[in-house]
Write a protein that binds this ligand. Sequence first.
Ligand SMILES: Cc1cc2nc3c(=O)[nH]c(=O)nc-3n(C[C@H](O)[C@H](O)[C@H](O)COP(=O)(O)O)c2cc1C
Length: 157
Amino acid sequence: MKSLLVLFSYHHHNTEKIANVFAKVLDAQIKTPQQINTEELQEYNLIGFGSGIYGAKHHKDLLDLADILPQVTNRKAFIYSTSAFTGEAKVAKDHSLLREKLQSKGYMIVDEFACKGFNTNSFMKYFGGMNKGRPNAEDLKHAEEFAQNLKQNLQKK
Ligand SMILES: Cc1cc2nc3c(=O)[nH]c(=O)nc-3n(C[C@H](O)[C@H](O)[C@H](O)COP(=O)(O)O)c2cc1C
C-alpha cells in the first residue's frame, strides 16, 4: 500500500503534528499542495488531504488542488484537520467542501480525523489563545490509532 499525505499547516503547525504521526504509521511522504504533480498521484493507493480549518473550511490551497485533480475511479482518500472548535456536526460541516470536491473527482473517502489545535486567531491572541498545547499527547495517540486502523482495514481488502 503506497500512501501520500497532502498538508497545508501554517498557523501553529498544529495539523503538521498530526500529519507527522500519520506519516510514520503509513510510511508516507508529506507534500504541500504546491509540491503536488497531479499526474504522480496515480501511484498512490491512499491519499490523506488535510489542513487547519480557516473560515469554516480547509485551506484554499488544498481546495484549489482538489479542483484541478484529474478524475479517478474509486481511489481511496481520507480527510483530516485541526481547528479551534470540534464536535461531530461541526467537523462534518467544516470538512464538507473538501469532501464534496474529492468525491466529485471519484475519490472514496474512507475516514476522517479531526482534533483541536492551538488558536491565536483574531482577538484570541489577547487572551493567550485557546487550546494551548493542542494537539497534545492524547490527540497524537488518537491520530496514531486512526492511522493504524486505516492501515489494517486497507490491508484486509
Ligand atoms: C485565519 C484563521 C481562521 C480560522 N478559522 C477557524 C474556523 O472557522 N473554525 C475553527 O474552529 N477554527 C478556526 N481557526 C483556528 C485553526 O483552525 C486552528 O488554530 C488550527 O489548528 C490551525 O492549524 P495549523 O496550525 O495547522 O495551521 C482559524 C485560524 C486562523 C488563523
